[in-house]
Each structure stands twice: as C-alpha cells, then as structure tokens.
Design a protein around this ligand. Structure first.
Ligand SMILES: O=C(O)C[C@H]1C=CC(=O)O1
Length: 92
C-alpha cells in the first residue's frame, strides 16, 4: 500500500547544536536504509521549507506508524499521512 507523507520539521530554537546534528545524522542513516530496502520510495524536499514529501510502500497503517514513530526526528515533526488508492486512469 502506498502512502503520501508530508513531514514538517520544527525543532526548538534552543536545541543543543551537537544533539541536533546527531539526530539529523541518525535520521539520514535511517532514511537511506529504508530507501535501499524499498520501503521509502520517494523523498523530496519541499522547496524553501524544512519539510519533505515522501512516498512509503508498506502493508498497512500500523506498519507505517511503526516506521514513522521511530524516526529519530519524529519528536520534532508534524506528520500528515494520505493513503493512496489506484487511479482508474493511471496507465502504470
Ligand atoms: O530533512 C527532512 O525532511 C527530515 C527527515 C526526513 C529524511 C531525513 O533525512 O530527514
């Protein structure tokens, strides 16, 4: 099942710089591992925002929640999920 996911990252102004760098590095490693295994199909930066639009391929909502809620930056994200269904006019 495919999910359109928007992640808006909002970190506190007073976050420790080293802690933030460590979180970003951990997030990057996790995101790249999930892309390599095919779970995180697309990852796009929204131009001009600290936000992304992603496509995830997972069996169900519970599996998606398990992934999203364990991302290192999850405590600092607002996440908006849209489940996708096949469009009848799609050719692929
Ligand atoms: O930068 C972001 O959009 C947040 C998050 C998603 C993937 C990643 O590496 O960081």
């Amino acid at each position: 099942m495919l999910y359109h996911v928007r992640m808006d990252v909002r970190v506190p102004d007073d976050i420790d710089a080293a802690q933030f760098e460590a979180l970003k590095a951990a997030e990057k490693a996790r995101a790249q591992a999930l892309q390599r295994e095919g779970t995180w199909r697309h990852l796009w930066r929204i131009a001009g925002e600290y936000a992304n639009v992603s496509i995830f391929d997972l069996p169900d909502h519970d599996a998606l929640h398990a992934i999203l809620s364990t991302l290192p930056l999850f405590p600092f994200m607002q996440v908006t999920v849209t489940p996708l269904a096949r469009h009848p006019s799609a050719i692929d």
